[in-house]
Design a protein around this ligand. Structure first.
Ligand code: DAH
Length: 342
């Protein structure tokens, strides 16, 4: 009898989902008046009492198992008829599914770090539109009428309205902030910018900048230098040296470009700093009085400084990445490397 019980048990176990009629047929085969399990119960009565105890238990378990499986199969068949799919019962003993941890994009990591560093100095974040008009992007910033940046070669213009372009730098946001608020102003403006460049390892037509602006009474170049020095220590590590080289931008006078000492080779020279010991990081200067006046700020009363940096360039140097295109490809193998950085 034990063998029979085992055989029927495995038959029930392997009973696959079927139509209602077939399930009913299966029920009659097992539990009907002439069913095999019913038959076993009849045989059971003839057994000597010493065998009855154990076999009785097993027979009852078999009967319950058959009944449960048949009920379940019928339920699923009913659901199937109504167009529902049967739901597998979850296996609660299984290990939990692994939830993959996402990672921040390296550009976002560095942008957030820049935001944090300047917010400690009291700078607030401001934003402006990516689709900008000529006045905010060029004219208010003192770009002469025939400046090469205004050329179609460098700027994406909207074909039907030549006054509208994709902003070429976040300096346009400083114009908007100055027009819309009164000094003292201390703001940084992170955002995307667009230039009509051929895409290569060193250049892209979309990239990110952060613009900084500080306007108040008696702001001097020394304030600018100290602010940028603080930024360099925080961003690239204490002991980082800075150097300011004279430069030209239409909206600042005087203008400079800032280099930081190369932290990778510690001034010895390496491919990242092109063996110069210095890495160029940003452009800066004292806001040209003409720009202040364009934005309705009294240049006799107020002065200020501005700076602008490309985020990608900082990321390249910080993480020793040699191809800008990686930032836009969303390749998991690249992005996963930044999982540990918050
Ligand atoms: N807008 C400049 C650029 O895209 C960067 C820049 C230079 C911003 C000097 C400034 C500045 O505010 O003072 O190259």
């Amino acid at each position: 009898m034990i063998e029979d019980i085992k055989k029927i048990w495995s038959e029930i176990e392997s009973f696959a989902e079927k139509e209602i009629e077939e399930i009913e047929y299966f029920r009659i085969k097992l539990l009907g008046k002439k069913g095999v399990i019913t038959g076993l119960f009849k045989d059971f009565k003839q057994l000597p009492p010493e065998q009855k105890k154990e076999l009785g238990k097993q027979l009852n378990q078999l009967k319950n198992f058959a009944q449960e499986r048949i009920n379940e199969a019928k339920e699923n068949a009913e659901l199937g008829k109504k167009g529902f799919k049967k739901v597998e019962k979850p296996d609660l003993s299984k290990p939990a599914n692994f939830i993959g941890v996402g990672s921040r994009h390296p550009v976002s990591i560095v942008r957030n770090q820049i935001n944090t560093i300047f917010s400690r100095l009291g700078y607030v974040i401001s934003e402006g539109p990516e689709i900008e008009d000529d006045w905010h992007n060029f004219t208010a910033l003192n770009f002469p009428e025939n400046h090469p940046a205004r050329d179609m070669q460098d700027t994406f213009f909207i074909e039907k309205s030549p006054d509208i372009a994709l902003r070429t730098h976040t300096s346009s946001v400083q114009v908007r902030v100055m027009k819309n608020s009164k000094p003292p102003i201390r703001t940084i403006s992170p955002g995307r910018v667009f230039r009509n460049e051929a895409i290569s390892a060193r250049a892209h037509c979309i990239f990110h900048q952060v613009e900084g602006l500080y306007i108040d009474k008696d702001v001097s170049f020394a304030d600018l230098k100290q602010t940028l020095y603080y930024f360099a220590q925080e961003m690239f590590g204490s002991g980082t040296k800075i150097r300011l080289r004279p430069s030209f931008f239409p909206f600042t006078e005087p203008s400079a470009e800032m280099d930081v000492s190369c932290n990778i080779c510690k001034d010895k020279g390496c491919p990242i700093c092109k063996y110069s010991g210095w890495i160029e990081v940003l452009g800066c200067g004292m806001v040209d009085p003409k720009v202040l006046e364009n934005c309705n700020i009294d240049s006799k009363k107020y002065s200020g400084f501005a700076f602008g940096m490309g985020i990608e360039r900082i990321v390249l140097n910080k993480y020793h990445i040699n191809d800008l295109r990686l930032f836009f490809e969303n390749d998991e193998r690249f992005l996963k490397q930044f999982e540990a950085v918050i």
